[in-house]
Design a protein around this ligand. Structure first.
Ligand code: FE2
Length: 428
């Protein structure tokens, strides 16, 4: 029997083959084959030992091999602008919106593209290969959108980017905004966004949700709405999104982002709502790094955490994923693109310190994110596209606790990045 020649062989992997399964195996990645003009490399074999040779062979030494991280909520158009033209001294959402209003007057195609690609490279080097980014479509030039659609194309050989048409100033805040949303849909956005709690009135907010569902059906797109991102316990657009998802039968294609007001609802209302949400199959995204810093700003003490009910949603079997929302911008001046930072903050803020809960927080930046993005063929299995990461960790708990280095990133069968963990040498 002749031994097979592979593109890449990974020996002694502690493979996370499913959210609830780990096994020690070798993984082989096939040589590239071209079909319909696209080059693809797939997982050719997974076994306790694989006979064969490869152009690159890595001994993983029983370290964790995981599907790539999924960043399910970020704003690449504003990333890396913190301090421009001024710092957000109050730390509030609304000062952030004012600063961004000023900064976006000087937005250019090159400016957005350069910052977006720099951010995506930071993320990819830390194991993120799937990203959903919102693009502000409140400006008549649609500069941010055009730039991010070009970036989606520029990075497609190493990272999958979804672009959301996000009406930062509201769909009904200005007469031109509805036309801009339709223009964005025609230009090929993947997802339709919204911001009902920032529309001028409650009625406008409700109408905006109905309009978003109408567009989603008309243009066959996913939905991801910034929903109730406020501490106001009377902000109740989530129930409108849930009702529309039930009536349109679109739950798994719909995401409610932030829903921070859910953390402030009275329990009688919250538990009633949880029952409805179980029927919807809606996806939720929490952004714990920014939620904990942006919300609760008008409170004295006790000061609210301002994060949605992640643990309770997870306990009900509802899909929750996690995102950064922002990296170094007017709303959140910190962040490095490391999804383990995000998962670690969720463990703390959502009080998910049980072992199964810590594993669940890891799953929220991997499998759950893939479900939110409606990704097909995510995960590591024979025949699937060869996307995987090798972590300097022995399990999910270890990865989150130490924010472990991602040593190797393999994207579409190619070794994309290598990173060496920091090394300490004691000096006698
Ligand atoms: Fe956001």
């Amino acid at each position: 029997m002749t031994s097979q020649n592979y593109e890449l062989l990974l020996r002694r992997c502690k493979l996370l083959s499913a959210p609830d399964r780990t096994e020690i195996v070798d993984i082989a990645i096939s040589a590239p084959c071209t079909a319909n003009g696209t080059v693809s490399r797939t997982i050719a074999a997974i076994a306790s030992h694989i006979d064969g040779t490869a152009a690159i062979e890595l001994d993983v030494q029983n370290q964790l091999v995981s599907p790539p991280f999924v960043e399910s909520h970020i704003h690449l158009d504003s990333a890396l602008t913190a301090g421009e033209p001024r710092w957000n001294e109050s730390g509030t959402l609304f000062e952030g919106i004012e600063i961004w209003h000023d900064r976006k007057q000087t937005l250019s195609l090159e400016d957005v593209k350069q910052r977006a690609i720099a951010t995506l490279k930071q993320q990819a080097a830390q194991g993120v290969l799937f990203v959903r980014s919102h693009a502000d479509v409140s400006e008549a030039s649609l500069t941010a959108l055009v730039a991010l659609l070009e970036v989606r194309e520029d990075v497609k050989d190493w990272l999958t980017l979804q672009v959301v048409a996000f009406p930062q100033d509201g769909i009904y805040g200005s007469p031109k905004n509805q036309d801009l949303m339709e223009e964005a849909l025609k230009m090929g956005v993947d997802v339709i966004g919204g911001i009902p709690h920032y529309e001028l009135t409650r009625e406008d907010g409700v109408n905006s949700v109905h309009q978003i569902f109408k567009w989603a059906e008309q243009y066959d797109r996913l939905i991801d709405i910034h929903c109730d991102e406020i501490d106001d316990d009377q902000s109740r657009f989530l129930e409108v999104v849930a009702a529309c998802a039930i009536r349109h039968g679109m739950g798994s294609r719909v995401t409610a982002s932030h829903t921070t007001a859910f953390g402030s609802y009275n329990n009688a209302y919250a538990f009633k709502l949880l029952g409805f949400l179980q029927r919807t199959q809606l996806n939720f995204i929490a952004n714990p790094l920014i939620n904990i810093t942006l919300q609760g700003r008008t409170d004295t003490y006790p000061k609210r955490r301002g994060v949605t009910r992640v643990k309770e949603l997870w306990q009900q079997g509802i899909n929750v994923s996690l995102g950064h929302d922002c990296i170094q911008d007017p709303w959140y001046s910190l962040g490095t693109g490391n999804m383990l930072d995000v998962a670690s903050m969720a463990v703390h803020v959502c009080q998910m310190t049980g072992m199964a809960e810590i594993d669940a927080c890891y799953n929220m930046v991997t499998w759950n994110g893939a479900k939110t993005l409606n990704l097909e063929e995510y995960g590591i299995a024979v025949g699937k596209p060869a996307n995987l990461i090798v972590l300097d960790a022995c399990d999910r708990y270890d990865a989150i606790r130490r924010r472990a280095t991602v040593r190797h990133v393999i994207s579409q069968g190619k070794l994309l990045t290598k990173t060496s963990p920091a090394e300490v040498t004691w000096q006698e």
